[in-house]
Design a protein around this ligand. Structure first.
Ligand code: COA
Length: 190
């Protein structure tokens, strides 16, 4: 995966006031069980901060916040094994359950109320197409160790089984398991 995307120029996210930043982080804290020590909460909070500081003008005022963001980003990556660059289009109340081996491509999007677990990768499939990245809808439940590669779309409410390798689109509310992932009939999430 192209690590330069971590701090790339995909900055088209909505501009946030400081109050909105605070409200989003509070929502994330509640979604993470009101536990500010959880690595997943910290990773999401650093992401929110990274997005927010991009709206600061002029660049000179932004500079110290950018330095702080990069320090925090690296701390989260190196200490918790969670790579969540600010360029990811991250929905509200996204939960990062547990930590370790979580790699999210800078051009991916993750919809509101989705859950990402330990060992999950959202990445490009081919080296010669570095900008291809998955798009997850709302309330997508990604099992531990799952990998989702390339320019694929995962529908709202879909379930991705633990350790699945997803290489194609997954319809709304469908459950995908296995390598490569196949859609199964699941009655548990209707
Ligand atoms: C994908 C999942 C949601 C499916 O649950 P479900 O709808 O109850 O599915 P079932 O248990 O009825 O299994 C249906 C079929 O899929 C298979 N299957 C289920 N999960 C699978 C997985 N992760 N990988 C491969 N096959 C799987 C079952 O063996 C079964 O196959 P069969 O029909 O040939 O017997 C669940 O198995 C799963 O992987 N959850 C993720 C949990 C997780 O990551 N927990 C981490 C907590 S820290």
């Amino acid at each position: 995966m192209n690590t330069q995307l971590e701090l790339g120029e995909n900055t088209s996210q909505t501009q946030l006031s400081f109050l909105e930043l605070w409200q989003q982080i509070k929502e994330d804290w509640i979604a993470h069980g009101r536990d500010w020590t959880k690595p997943g909460f910290r990773a999401v909070a650093v992401h929110r901060f990274g997005v927010w500081r991009m709206s600061l003008e002029p660049k000179l005022i932004r500079a110290p916040f950018s330095i702080l963001y990069r320090m925090l980003y690296r701390k989260v990556r190196n200490n918790y094994g969670i790579e969540l660059p600010y360029t990811v289009q991250l929905g509200r109340r996204v939960i990062i359950e547990h930590q370790g081996g979580i790699v999210i491509h800078g051009y991916s999007s993750i919809g509101d109320d989705s859950i990402i677990r330990q060992g999950v990768t959202l990445g490009n499939r081919y080296l010669d197409r570095p900008l291809d990245a998955p798009k997850l809808g709302k309330s997508v439940n990604v099992g531990a160790g799952a990998k989702i590669f390339g320019n694929v779309t995962i529908g709202d409410g879909a379930n991705i089984g633990a350790n699945a390798v997803v290489l194609c689109d997954v319809p709304t509310k469908a459950t995908a398991v296995g390598i490569p992932a196949r859609i199964i009939n699941s009655s548990k999430f209707d």
